[in-house]
Design a binder for this molecule. Structure first.
Ligand SMILES: Cc1ncc(COP(=O)(O)O)c(C=O)c1O
Length: 380
C-alpha cells in the first residue's frame, strides 16, 4: 500500500505537463536568446508560458519574472526591494513569525547587513496580529512580507487588510502565495499586492521553476548579474522545459481550480469525520475556516510526531511534520511555537496534505491506520 499525503511538500508531475515539456528537452532545445529559428522557437515557448502564468493572476505577462522556484522568488522580492529602498534611506522590514524559511532566513540575512526586521506575532490559530502591524510601520519601513496561506497549518492571512494598512503608509507588500496557488483565486485585479511568489511544483508542475509577480512601477534590484533575460531582473539562460511545464501546469490549474478547491474541502471534511469516528484524541491546528483546504495539521495528544511519522511510513503512508528536519531529527515547528500551543500539541503534530490524486477511500483508510498505530503504541 502506498498513500501520498504530502502534497504541501511537492506534487507529482501531471502527465499533460511532462508531455508539453518533453520536446524542449529534445528537438526544441534552442536558447531563447539566439536569433535563429531554434532560438525563436524557444523564445515563443517562454512567451507562451508567461501568458499562461500571467492569466492565473489576471496580470500582464510583463509583470511575471521566472525564477528557479519559490525560494528564489521570495529572495528576489525581499532582497530586491530592500536593496532599492536602502538607497532611499529605508532600512526596516516587516514579516511574520510563521513565514517559510525562504522569507525568514532572507530577513535574518538582511539583519546582518544593517536592516531592522519586525517579526509579527500570530494568534493561536496562526493569524497575524493587525494591530501589531499598524504599530510596527515607521517612515523607514521598506516592505511588508506576509504569506498568503501557511504551509504547515494552512491558515490564510487577512492579506487584503494587510495591503490596505501598509499602502496607507506608502509601504510595499509582498506575499508568498506558493501554497495558495492551486486552490485560491489569486485575481490581482482585485488584490492590489505589489509582489507575489508562486512555484510550479506545488501545482503538479516541475520542480526548480517559479515566478515573482511584480506590479507595474515597483522598484527592485536584481540578485544576479550577467545577462538581459527577464529584463535584467533575473539574468541567466532560461530553464525552457521547466518554464514550459510551469505554463502548462498553470493553465491546467486555472481550468480546474474551482473543482479542485471543492474537492479539497470535501476531502478535509471526510478525513476529520473519519478520524472522529476512531477512538483517538486529536486537535486540528490552524484556523478551522480561514484555511487552505488541502492542509490538515493535526495533533494526536499524548503521541510523538516522529514516532507517528515512522509508523505511518511503515504502513506506506507518506505525510510530514511540516517542520524542518535537520540531520534526520525533527525540530519543533516554529509555526506551532509562534501560535503558543501547549507542548503536548507541538510535539504530536502531523501535517496531512491532499492533492489531485487523493481519494476519500485513502483518507478513510489512513484514519483507521492512524488509530491502529496509536492503540498499538499506547498499549505496548
Ligand atoms: C510557503 C512556501 N514558500 C516557499 C516555498 C519554497 O518553494 P520552492 O520549493 O519552489 O523553492 C515553499 C515550499 O515548500 C512553501 O511552502
Amino acid at each position: 500500500m502506498s498513500i501520498y499525503l504530502d502534497h504541501a511538500a511537492t506534487t507529482p508531475l501531471d502527465p499533460r505537463v511532462s508531455e508539453a515539456m518533453y520536446p524542449y528537452y529534445t528537438q526544441l532545445f534552442g536558447n531563447p536568446s539566439s536569433i535563429h529559428s531554434y532560438g525563436r522557437q524557444a523564445r515563443d515557448a517562454v512567451d507562451q508560458a508567461r501568458l499562461q502564468v500571467a492569466a492565473t493572476l489576471r496580470s500582464d505577462p510583463s509583470q511575471v519574472i521566472f525564477t528557479s522556484g519559490g525560494t528564489e522568488a521570495n529572495n528576489l522580492a525581499i532582497m530586491g526591494v530592500a536593496a532599492w529602498c536602502k538607497k532611499k534611506g529605508k532600512n526596516h522590514l516587516i514579516t511574520s513569525q510563521i513565514e517559510h524559511q525562504a522569507v525568514l532566513e532572507t530577513c535574518k540575512h538582511l539583519e546582518t547587513t544593517g536592516f531592522r526586521v519586525t517579526y509579527l506575532p500570530v494568534d493561536s490559530m496562526g493569524v497575524v496580529d493587525l494591530d501589531a502591524l499598524r504599530q510596527a510601520i515607521t517612515p523607514q519601513t521598506a516592505l511588508v512580507s506576509i504569506m498568503y496561506g501557511n504551509n504547515e497549518v494552512g491558515t490564510i492571512q487577512p492579506i487584503r487588510q494587510i495591503i490596505d494598512i501598509a499602502h496607507a503608509f506608502g509601504v510595499l507588500v509582498h506575499t508568498d502565495a506558493v501554497q495558495a496557488f492551486g486552490s485560491e483565486d489569486l485575481d490581482l485585479t482585485k488584490l492590489p499586492v505589489d509582489l507575489l511568489t508562486i512555484s510550479a511544483h506545488k501545482v503538479n508542475g516541475p520542480k526548480g521553476v517559479g515566478a515573482l509577480y511584480l506590479a507595474k512601477g515597483v522598484p527592485i534590484e536584481p540578485l544576479l548579474f550577467g545577462g538581459s533575460q527577464e529584463k535584467r531582473r533575473r539574468p541567466g539562460t532560461e530553464n525552457v522545459p521547466g518554464i514550459v511545464g510551469f505554463g502548462k501546469a498553470a493553465e491546467i490549474m486555472m481550468a480546474e481550480r474551482k473543482k479542485h478547491q471543492t474537492k479539497m474541502w470535501e476531502l478535509r471534511r471526510v478525513f476529520l469525520e473519519e478520524l472522529s469516528k476512531q477512538d483517538v484524541e486529536f486537535v486540528l491546528n490552524g484556523h478551522p475556516k480561514q484555511t487552505l483546504p488541502h492542509i490538515c495539521n493535526i495533533s494526536f495528544l499524548g503521541m510523538d510526531t516522529e514516532t507517528l511519522l515512522i509508523n505511518l511510513d511503515l504502513e506506506g503512508i507518506a505525510c510530514s511534520s511540516g517542520s524542518a528536519c535537520t540531520s534526520g531529527s525533527l525540530t519543533v515547528s516554529h509555526v506551532l511555537q509562534a501560535m503558543h500551543l501547549p507542548e503536548e500539541r507541538t510535539r504530536s503534530a502531523i501535517r496531512f496534505s491532499f492533492g489531485k490524486g487523493t481519494t476519500e477511500e485513502e483518507l478513510k483508510l489512513v484514519a483507521i491506520k492512524v488509530a491502529q498505530i496509536i492503540r498499538r503504541l499506547t498499549t505496548s
